[in-house]
Design a protein around this ligand. Structure first.
Ligand code: IVH
Length: 678
């Protein structure tokens, strides 16, 4: 995959690239199991074509850079296309798209200009040509090498979007060309089933669609729920007179096909650019994959005038959206220690532009994931970044692996403090058990100081790093006991920054209690639970004195969280931190206490079914704001079960068995007011 073209002999490089392209063509088109992301394949073809153009004496018509698709396999009968199935030229950025427009204008000369472009999505699936004679589906073929495809009629007959009999006024012969694809939702379901059956997962919907169609047994395709978008006509005998590509779509609709709705006819390339930008933002909103936008000259007469090259029509261009998968070198696997000690393996990558950004690291999640993917330092790996999802390593490119490489093993010790890592039974993650591990201390202090917690301005990563490294902070309890004067003399800390830090520490002493609780980085306590606990207990002291039962009784807090909270406050470290916070003058602001009369103090009321005047949350709020509890299930301790429309039968049975009063909404409202059953 080296791109070191300059130093290499072009003949050698061309031969190398032709062989690689041919091999990857076979993997993609014939075996439906590509090893390389499309973008890397495209880059290889691009380089080959550029070299062939620069060195015309070395060009060959049979070069894999000039041919389309793969050789038809021998298991399916060959189908010679009456009209060649061409490919599309690509534009990898907007400049290339505009250059295409300029080329066409020049070619057409001064008298003719392009007044309409038809735009549509570039679907990521398998191209098919479906032939109808006298309105009946007679044959369906893959593209193959563009001239000869494979007969896949048996599988294609199982695709619901492809009619067996045309409606309306079909001509005696018509070939409909389009893309067979698999919806994302269908793909997810298929992979769940594959895993359940102990079979290999498909890497993406395209491969799953292609793999399902290119099966000898039509029964397989039948279970795969495939779909189809038509976008072009092949051979047509005695068809209607069509003038534009958009009329082709109308014709396709009239004979019973559903055309994709995301199409537009525009007058200027600027509008094509707008469409592209709009759909780049919608890439993950649709239930099927598209990797670009196809622009076609709308008038068929102009299409004819422009004609085709050996490879592709001049009148169309595929704008390729930034790739979401790329191959790159995995330089190293390093462990990162999180705030709570979790040890996460990260891939350090040769920087690669993927999903619109340059990615240098990607999570590998945990030991099992690394083992399952068997990615090794030094491997070429496929990196994926789709939408806003964090980048991940999909897997290695096995054919490029160094034969001497060894599987990677999870380190036994923390890379920061050298304590032996532990992996609690039943958990996927390793942890560094050393609470005082500098990585954890830094992480916890940064978490405590962040904007959504104590919001300590002037406590950025560099300052926290310095304070921890110099031993001025050992845990979050030290933060408010810090004398900012200690920073004097360190680079970048003078009078102003010391005053600023003093002021910002003072401002943070009185943040809301929920933010303080969240800031303590107690396992399982995020910002929402921090708020809930603050509301329920009103002070750090009250929360510190609570038992597991007290905490678990709070609506929305489960036993795991309750145990984690109590464990933290009763640990030596927890107690020390609370004491230090108090000594440091922290005075969190308690949440507004409910102004309702506390009529339901100590009473537990369960609501089941829908009430006319209260939503589920409102009913709970009505109970808890009056001092009551609103658990989800009935027990002997329940004060009353309120039933609305369609209550849970098991709750009613349980209440009756336990002698818990069952009341209606009117009685519930009286109960809220008086605290009594009437
Ligand atoms: S038109 C002569 N329109 O992209 C023009 N192709 O890279 C033939 N494709 O072989 C193709 N969406 O498999 C066309 N809206 C679309 C398309 C589309 C996806 C595929 C098709 C084609 C390949 C070329």
């Amino acid at each position: 995959m080296s791109k070191d073209v300059d130093s290499a002999d072009p003949a050698v490089r061309i031969a190398e690239l032709r062989e690689s392209v041919a091999r990857h063509n076979a993997l993609y088109y014939e075996q439906d199991s590509p090893e390389l992301p499309d973008a890397d394949y495209d880059a290889m073809v691009h380089e080959l074509r550029a070299l062939e153009e620069a060195n015309p004496e070395l060009a060959e018509a049979s070069s894999s850079g000039q041919t389309v698709g793969g050789a038809p396999s021998t298991i399916f009968a060959p189908v010679v296309h009456e009209v060649k199935m061409a490919s599309l030229d690509n534009a990898f950025d907007l400049d290339e798209l505009r250059a295409w427009g300029d080329r066409l204008d020049r070619r057409l000369g001064d008298d003719t200009s392009i007044d309409e472009y038809a735009i549509e999505l570039k679907f990521d699936g398998l191209a098919l040509s479906v032939r109808y004679e006298d309105g009946q589906l007679v044959r369906a073929a893959t593209r193959g090498d563009g001239t000869t495809g494979e007969d896949v009629t048996h599988s294609v007959r199982t695709i619901a979007d492809i009619p067996h009999t045309l409606v309306g006024n079909p001509p005696p012969v018509v070939e409909v060309r389009g893309e067979a694809y698999m919806r994302r939702s269908t793909f997810d379901r298929l992979n769940t089933e594959q895993v359940a059956a102990g079979l290999k997962e498909y890497s993406n919907p395209r491969n799953a669609a292609a793999g399902s169609i290119r099966q000898k047994d039509a029964a397989i395709a039948a279970t795969r729920g495939l779909s189809f978008w038509p976008y072009q006509l092949g051979q047509v005998v005695d068809g209607p007179e069509l003038h534009t590509h958009s009329e082709t779509f109308d014709f396709l609709t009239s004979i019973g096909f559903t055309v994709n709705e995301h199409t537009r006819v525009v007058n200027k390339l600027d509008a094509v650019v707008e469409f592209i930008q709009e759909y780049e933002g919608r890439r993950h909103d649709l239930d099927y994959e598209f990797d670009g936008v196809v622009t076609k000259v709308n008038r068929l007469e102009l299409q004819n005038q422009l004609g085709s090259t050996a490879r592709a029509p001049r009148w169309a261009i595929a704008y390729k959206m930034p790739p979401e998968e790329r191959a790159t070198r995995l330089e190293e696997i390093r462990i990162s220690i999180g705030t709570n000690g979790s040890a996460t393996p990260f891939a350090y990558l040769d920087p690669v532009f993927v999903g619109g950004v340059t990615v240098t690291t990607a999570t590998l999640h945990n030991q099992d994931q690394v083992a399952a993917k068997d990615v090794r330092p030094g491997d070429m790996v496929i990196v994926r970044r789709a939408g806003d999802v964090i980048p991940e390593v999909v897997g290695p490119v096995l054919s490029e692996r160094d034969p001497d490489s060894e599987p990677w093993t999870f380190p036994t010790n923390c890379p920061i403090c050298d304590t032996a890592l532990v992996r609690p039974e039943g958990e996927a993650r390793h942890r560094c058990p050393n609470f005082h591990c500098p990585a954890q201390v830094r992480g916890r202090i940064a978490h405590f100081a962040q904007r959504s917690a104590m919001d300590i301005e002037y406590f950025g990563d560099r300052t926290v790093d310095l304070l921890v490294t110099e031993g001025f902070l050992t845990d979050v309890g030290d933060v408010f006991n810090l004398d900012p004067e200690v920073l004097r003399g360190f680079e970048g800390f003078g009078d102003i920054s010391i005053t600023n830090m003093t002021n910002s520490l003072e401002a943070s002493r009185s943040r809301p209690l929920g933010k303080l609780i969240f800031g303590l980085a107690i396992n399982h306590v995020g910002s929402t639970n921090g708020e809930v606990l603050a509301k329920a207990f009103g002070s750090l002291e009250a929360l510190a004195a609570a038992t597991v039962e007290d905490v678990a009784a709070i609506d929305g807090i489960g036993p795991t969280i309750a145990e984690s909270v109590v464990e933290w406050f009763s640990s030596e470290t927890g107690k020390e931190i609370v004491a230090k916070l108090q000594a440091g003058g922290v005075r969190p602001v308690a949440p507004q206490v409910a102004t309702n009369e506390q009529t339901l103090e100590g009473k537990s009321i369960v609501v089941s079914g829908s009430l006319a005047n209260y939503g589920r949350t409102e009913a709970k709020e009505a109970i808890t704001s009056r001092g009551g509890k609103a658990p989800g299930s009935v027990s002997a301790k329940t004060f009353a079960l309120v039933v609305g429309a369609d209550p849970g039968a098991s709750k009613v049975t349980k209440a009756e068995a336990a002698g818990v009063p069952v009341i209606d909404e009117a009685a519930f409202e009286r109960l809220l007011d008086t605290g009594e059953l009437s």
